[in-house]
Design a protein. Structure first.
Length: 244
């Protein structure tokens, strides 16, 4: 999008966009972009919230009035109305795990592997129902992806891939784990929504606990790519309250 934007700008057509991942936009460097702190797939924050969506849109269009380019990246630092629940009260994720506090990296890893055993039939059902999966961008199976993330508890692990950076491997593995859990959860019977599934992952699973425990370690990691993932992509804004 950045290259296309600059191409169109050179031919006299002004462009602007919305960014959901600020770090990516900083690297791509489009002519004008507004970063928003919303859930992926919700660039205007919340459905059926006309006033708030209009506010976001006006903030985007206001970038056309700026002349301090060639690259403008502004922040919309405001949460949607009623937080991130999108008005879907009463919906819950149907899968429940006993909350067990692991004391070591090895014990939390075993808890996660037990969760994976429990969830695998539901994940397989989700793939069968949809005919596809979003899991696999990291090119590690789910157990290896979890093992890789857990190794950050003890320092900086070896890169499991030789074709990408360690930071990219971390980002892909973390996204794969979340997507695997999310797909398994949504295959269960009953009504749910994206916020309920996210709250379940971050608040009730050992995998979510692992992410929260790994976060301060990777935030202080000396690898620039790992630190970048920690600072902008590892913990969603709507779940940052669990860090305290």
């Amino acid at each position: 999008m950045g290259a296309v934007g600059h191409y169109l700008e050179e031919r006299g057509l002004a462009t602007v966009g919305i960014s959901l991942v600020r770090d990516n936009t900083k690297r791509i460097r489009p002519p004008r972009a507004l970063w928003v702190p919303f859930e992926l797939g919700r660039p205007f924050g919340a459905p059926n919230e006309t006033d708030f969506q209009t506010k976001v849109l006006r903030s985007v269009l206001a970038l056309f009035e700026r002349a301090d380019g060639p690259v403008i990246l502004d922040d919309f630092d405001e949460d949607p109305p009623r937080g991130y629940s999108y008005g879907q009260t009463g919906s819950t994720c149907p899968i429940r795990f006993s909350k067990v506090q692991a004391e070591t990296g090895a014990s939390i890893l075993q808890l996660i592997l037990d969760e994976i055993d429990h969830l695998t039939p539901w994940y397989n059902l989700a793939v069968e129902q949809r005919g596809r999966t979003t899991f696999g961008v990291g090119k590690l199976d789910i157990s290896d992806a979890v093992q890789f993330i857990a190794e950050f508890l003890d320092g900086t692990p070896d890169n499991p891939r030789n074709d990408i950076t360690l930071g990219e491997a971390l980002r892909f593995a973390s996204e794969d784990i979340k997507m695997w859990y999310f797909e398994a959860a949504t295959a269960q019977p009953g009504e749910t929504n994206s916020r309920a599934v996210a709250d379940w992952f971050w608040g009730e699973t050992s995998a979510g606990q692992l992410f929260l425990e790994v976060y301060p370690r990777i935030l202080e990691n000396t690898d620039k790519g790992v630190h970048r993932v920690a600072s902008s992509q590892f913990i969603p804004r709507a779940q940052e309250h669990r860090l305290s």
